[in-house]
Ligand binder design. Structure first.
Ligand SMILES: *[C@@H]1O[C@H](CO)[C@@H](O)[C@H](O)[C@H]1NC(C)=O
Ligand SMILES: *[C@@H]1O[C@H](CO)[C@@H](O)[C@H](O)[C@H]1NC(C)=O
Ligand SMILES: *[C@@H]1O[C@H](CO)[C@@H](O)[C@H](O)[C@H]1NC(C)=O
Length: 458
């Protein structure tokens, strides 16, 4: 063989190997163990092709429309969050009525349950404690992309009604009497729809870790018109039934997440469980425990300011708008299930007015869905004033891409924040997904702190 032929042979061989390695790489798989020991799982948008086995038929291409339609469900999310009052059963789980996916189901991860592990998709939710999965044999469940089969797991067991776990899931059957048998419960999820589940235990496998005897609900049937979400739910709240409480020896009650940007539907962010590998350089604010709503991650928001440098104005909000109140549950929470940041009505109005005052647009603002401060971005680009959230010990000046949402079809930008609905029973402000893009958010209940570090999440 002469040398040009050898060259071309090696060239094609190399090319073949390259193509093969791309084809075999599972872009949705969890990342390998990192050298730092960080325990990372990939997280995806619910509509991403990684969240289901088969790609959805219509992919959300337009970021603006996606955020617009997701944010429309925020009010029901806020009602859910405010219903999480200690000692009472939330009226409904955060499932948007008539939707294919849950209110909380913005981000999903891949986990395995049972022995051998069965692959499942779980929506991660910092506002829920309990976990549940659709179980095999549930004929009324939607054609799930993946369901869990208890008989195929050698480590599966049901939780007895007499178990201390049962009341934590507030199963009405168990509350009724000291019944024998397994703990069954019904969860309403909007309108007259509810699902029935059996409280169960099995080994939860998260990337390279195992949480033995993890307690979750196995959904057996669905009643009512509203379609149940296809994915299961992984509760990452602060309550006693959450993953964090059930894995204290493994993860010490510490985790962080970096949410993929809304612009990048095909990319993954990460959930990092445990204290190992968390960012060393991170600005933090105290994490507050509100006994009225013990599942939620509260921080002390003290003020909001608009603008930069000497032009920065601390927005005069009505006194008490942001106050943390253990009696009523009022305050500010960091949430992974609300799309855009929400402030109590009068505070939002004041923030918006100051923002509008500083945007050098023509003074014409329009409303679009949840957004009431949209302005044209043709011609001279208006100045975008910086929005800073002042938390105890930490000023969070949001990057422009976390403040505004752009529509390219009609050249338009909107302030990506809104007022909390009026019908929420105690005021709650929410620092939401859109404002958390490209931040690593550290929720460290062990050391009572919440950290924010800029990071490219995708
Ligand atoms: C759940 O609802 C079904 C149908 O209404 C009922 O038969 C069952 O007893 C309920 N279970 C519990 C635990 O409340
Ligand atoms: C929140 O910050 C304000 C202002 O610094 C302070 O007065 C208040 O005590 C703080 N609240 C909590 C619960 O830490
Ligand atoms: C506001 O918009 C209208 C219609 O688009 C336009 O005619 C008007 O000049 C605008 N006002 C200002 C102050 O630019």
């Amino acid at each position: 063989m002469d040398s040009p032929r050898i060259h071309s042979f090696f060239f094609f061989f190399f090319f073949f190997c390259l193509v093969r390695s791309y084809a075999s790489a599972d872009l949705c798989a969890n990342p390998p163990h990192s050298s730092s020991g960080a325990r990372d799982l990939s997280i995806f948008h619910a509509n991403s092709k990684c969240s289901t086995f088969s790609p959805p038929t219509s992919l959300p291409i337009d970021q603006f429309q996606t955020v617009l339609s997701s944010a429309a469900k925020d009010p029901s999310r806020l009602i859910y969050l405010s219903s999480l009052v200690a000692g009472t059963k939330p009226t409904t789980v955060p499932v948007a009525s008539g939707q294919q996916f849950m209110q909380t189901n913005n981000y999903v991860l891949r986990a395995k349950l049972g022995t051998p592990g069965q692959l499942l998709f779980l929506a991660l939710d910092t506002g829920s404690d309990a976990a549940w999965v659709p179980c095999a044999g549930c004929s009324s469940c939607p054609a799930a992309s993946a369901s869990f089969s208890p008989p195929s797991s050698s480590t599966y067991k049901t939780v007895d009604c007499a178990s201390g776990w049962c009341p934590q899931f507030k199963g009405p059957a168990c509350a009724a009497a000291a019944q024998a048998g397994s703990c069954g419960y019904n969860v309403s999820y909007g309108g007259n729809s509810f699902f029935s589940a059996t409280l169960s235990q099995d080994t939860l496998r998260l990337a390279h870790d195992m949480v033995p005897d993890y307690v979750f609900g196995c959904v057996n049937s669905v009643t009512g018109g509203n379609s149940m979400p296809k994915q299961g739910l992984l509760g990452l709240g602060r309550g006693s039934s959450s993953l964090m409480a059930q894995s204290l020896s493994l993860y010490q009650g510490v985790f962080s997440y970096c949410l993929p940007s809304f612009k990048s539907y095909y990319f993954s962010g990460s959930l990092r469980l445990g204290s190992v590998g968390q960012p060393k350089i991170i600005r933090t604010t105290p994490l507050l425990l509100n006994p009225h709503r013990p599942s939620l991650y509260y921080v002390n928001l003290t003020a909001v300011s608009i603008g930069r440098g000497i032009g920065r104005v601390t927005v005069p909000v009505p006194p008490g708008s942001f106050d943390f109140d253990p009696q009523t549950g009022a305050g500010t929470v960091v949430d992974s299930g609300t799309v855009i940041t929400r402030f109590v009505g009068p505070a939002y109005m004041a923030i918006r007015d100051e923002f509008r005052r500083q945007v050098s647009s023509s003074g014409n603002y329009s409303s679009l869905g949840a957004f009431d401060t949209c302005f044209a971005t043709t011609g001279d680009l208006p100045v975008t004033p910086a929005v800073t959230l002042h938390l105890t010990g930490l000023d969070l000046t949001l990057p422009v891409e976390n403040t505004l949402i752009h529509s390219s079809s009609t050249p338009l930008a909107c302030l990506a924040m809104a007022a909390a609905p009026d019908n929420v029973n105690a005021v709650v402000n929410v620092i939401a997904n859109y404002q958390q893009q490209n931040y690593r958010v550290l929720l460290d209940a062990a050391n009572s702190k919440v950290g924010f570090a800029r990071e490219l999440c995708n």
